[in-house]
Design a protein around this ligand. Structure first.
Ligand code: NDP
Length: 331
């Protein structure tokens, strides 16, 4: 099995030097174990936090151990009941071509005609579940709300905008980092208005796109975006704090929103969440999302980077915004 290990902890942006490629001989399968050949690995922004030696909701990656994370593949050998050669499975064992272990580490996933297994990392997986829980449970979006989404062309953001539309939002506004992404937001993902945050101050661009203010903010970015949203909120506004990618690689202390007092004067409710704590909503998510996909009511994009050798580059490219929709590594 060929694996990518974390060799040293990055300061600022990760580089190839922080990782190593290691090949190990796999032992014979024990009773109750399966072996899986991976087809797609997930690269996700939260992985940057786990590369630091800092206390967080997920433990730091150990040095000289494999980079773990979501992956999908097929069973190539099985000594476990309920797993047959060829079955598609999802697991969290990460950045390696072949993996094996106790069957309890793996879950058989549904195959959907004509769609690659990577959907279980994106539109039927963790990122879309994050969008669903964050928008509907954490922010409590209701029909008639004006909704603003940052990071709107990414895996989570492109799904949030479409769910908001399906759930009767009055107006959905998104921001992203290129003209091509901004066009996709309005042409493909159901956004009513969109802007490129690199074109000028977010506060001004948001005000132009939402002159009557916003009721819900789904925050993937933090920093300047969060401060702008705090200024744009209508009284009683609600926010889901999902991520703050603008500061993940920063070596300086972030500049906090300077207008938090708007929470008091406007009675705002901002709530942070990590999706792993909301698994009770998973069945509802799967039911809704499968139906929306079948009915063609939800679309999605994936950006595919080929080869385990390019996993690190794919991860860094994700952090830089090279992706549209879900970034995956194809083996
Ligand atoms: P994305 O697919 O959205 O990829 C990351 C995107 O972030 C890039 O494509 C880039 O797009 C954007 N970006 C990078 N730097 C900046 C910046 N300085 N300012 C604004 N945008 C930037 O990733 P995900 O959909 O997987 O994740 C989106 C967010 O959700 C992240 O913050 C992540 O940590 C969070 N998350 C949280 C979870 C939770 O449980 N709370 C679970 C899953 C994800 P662009 O070209 O537009 O700049």
């Amino acid at each position: 099995s060929t694996q990518i290990h974390l060799a040293s902890r990055p300061t600022g942006w990760p580089t190839d030097a922080n990782f190593s490629t290691v090949t190990v001989e796999l032992p014979e399968l024990l009773d109750g174990e399966i072996r899986v050949a991976n087809e797609f690995l997930s690269v996700d922004p939260y992985m940057r936090g786990r590369m630091n030696d800092a206390k967080s909701y997920a433990a730091p990656y150990a040095l000289n151990e494999v980079m773990t994370g979501g992956a999908v593949g097929r069973v190539v050998a099985s000594r476990a009941d309920g797993f047959n050669v060829g079955d598609p499975v999802l697991h969290q064992l990460g950045w390696r071509d072949v993996t094996q272990g106790a069957a309890s580490n793996f879950r058989v996933v549904q195959e959907i005609n004509g769609l690659p297994l990577s959907i279980h990392l994106g539109i039927l997986g963790m990122t879309a579940f994050t969008a669903y829980v964050g928008l509907l449970e954490i922010a409590g979006m209701k029909s008639g709300d004006t909704v603003f989404v940052s990071g709107a062309a990414g895996a989570v953001g492109s799904t949030v905008g479409q769910i908001a539309r399906l759930k009767g939002a009055k107006r959905v506004i998104g921001s992203a980092g290129s003209a091509a992404k901004v066009e996709l937001l309005t042409q493909k993902y159901g956004y009513d208005a969109a802007f490129n945050y690199k074109d000028g101050p977010v506060r001004e661009q948001l005000h132009a796109a939402a002159p009557e203010g916003i009721d819900v903010y789904f925050d993937n970015v933090g920093g300047e975006h969060l401060e702008a949203a705090l200024d744009a909120f209508n009284p009683g506004g609600r926010g889901a704090l999902c991520g703050a990618i603008s500061v993940y690689n920063s070596t300086e202390a972030p500049v906090g929103p300077r207008n938090m007092s708007n929470m008091v004067t406007r009675g705002l409710n901002l709530k942070g969440f990590t999706v792993g704590n909301y698994t009770e909503h998973y069945p509802a998510f799967m039911a809704d999302m499968s139906q929306w996909l079948n009915q063609g009511k939800i679309v999605f994009d994936e950006t595919i980077v080929e080869g385990l050798d390019n996993a690190v580059d794919g991860f860094v490219d994700l952090m830089r915004g090279a992706n549209t929709g879900k970034m995956v590594i194809k083996l």
